[in-house]
Design a protein around this ligand. Structure first.
Ligand code: B16
Ligand code: MG
Length: 214
């Protein structure tokens, strides 16, 4: 039986997937690298450095370590400029209600985000107190699709992976949830999230009662 739900942040709770996308697109244009929606989709849920490597697959020259650091920092600056102005209105519709419904049903809640900006975002959105446990990229060494982040979240909740549900908008995240031995709920388009155990168009459609045995 499910005893805890582990939510992804960007693209599930917060309306930031578009902000990450725009920041990478701007950087790509500045260094003359082609960028389309398919590449944008591959970057979802992937950490900053790995995202940059995906972008640079299309580059016509190689970049030094120092140059890569500078590019990743530049993208993060673009991203942070945008989220500085964020408030609760940047919660995706139904996100707060979805997390509250899990708590209301007596289950535990955790957050598993690949973003190093996760705690800033939680503060801005005003939802830091809705999670029993938070794991972000600062606490782990292996990024999604590795299971480490979801396993760390389950451990933090004191639950076995089989007692947890993971909720994700990215293919890398669904893979991470499955490798951790959890049930995966996908939020978004079937093309991108074919592997999910249950696919929902948005987080507003999330209904915890389907997972609770009465
Ligand atoms: P940062 P999530 C992920 O967050 C985003 O989906 C991904 O697009 C981003 O590159 C990654 O965080 C790293 O973010 O540059 O802020 O450290 O979806 O796992 O909550
Ligand atoms: Mg995400």
């Amino acid at each position: 039986n499910i005893k805890g739900v582990i939510f992804d942040l960007d693209g599930v709770i917060a309306d930031t997937a578009v902000v990450h996308h725009a920041a990478w697109k701007k950087l790509a244009a500045e260094i003359d690298i082609p960028f389309d929606d398919a590449i944008g989709e591959r970057l979802k849920g992937v950490d900053r450095r790995a995202s940059l490597e995906i972008l640079l697959e299309q580059a016509s020259r190689s970049y030094s370590e120092a140059e890569k650091e500078a590019l990743a920092t530049r993208k993060n600056d673009y991203y942070r400029q945008q989220i500085q102005q964020f408030g609760p209105q940047q919660l995706l519709p139904g996100a707060r209600a979805a997390v509250e419904s899990v708590r209301g049903a007596g289950l535990k809640t955790a957050l598993a985000s690949a973003s190093r900006n996760a705690s800033l975002l939680l503060e801005k959105l005003g939802i830091a107190d809705l999670f029993d446990y938070v794991v972000d990229a600062n606490h782990i060494s292996r990024a999604k699709p590795d299971p480490e982040i979801f396993l760390a979240a389950a451990r933090g909740l004191g639950l076995a992976p089989s007692e947890c549900l993971g909720v994700e908008d990215a293919a890398a995240g669904i893979a991470s949830i499955h490798s951790a031995g959890m049930t995966a709920v996908g939020i978004g388009q079937p093309q991108a999230l074919a592997g999910a155990d249950l696919l929902l168009p948005d987080v507003a459609a999330f209904d915890i009662s389907r997972f609770i045995k009465t």
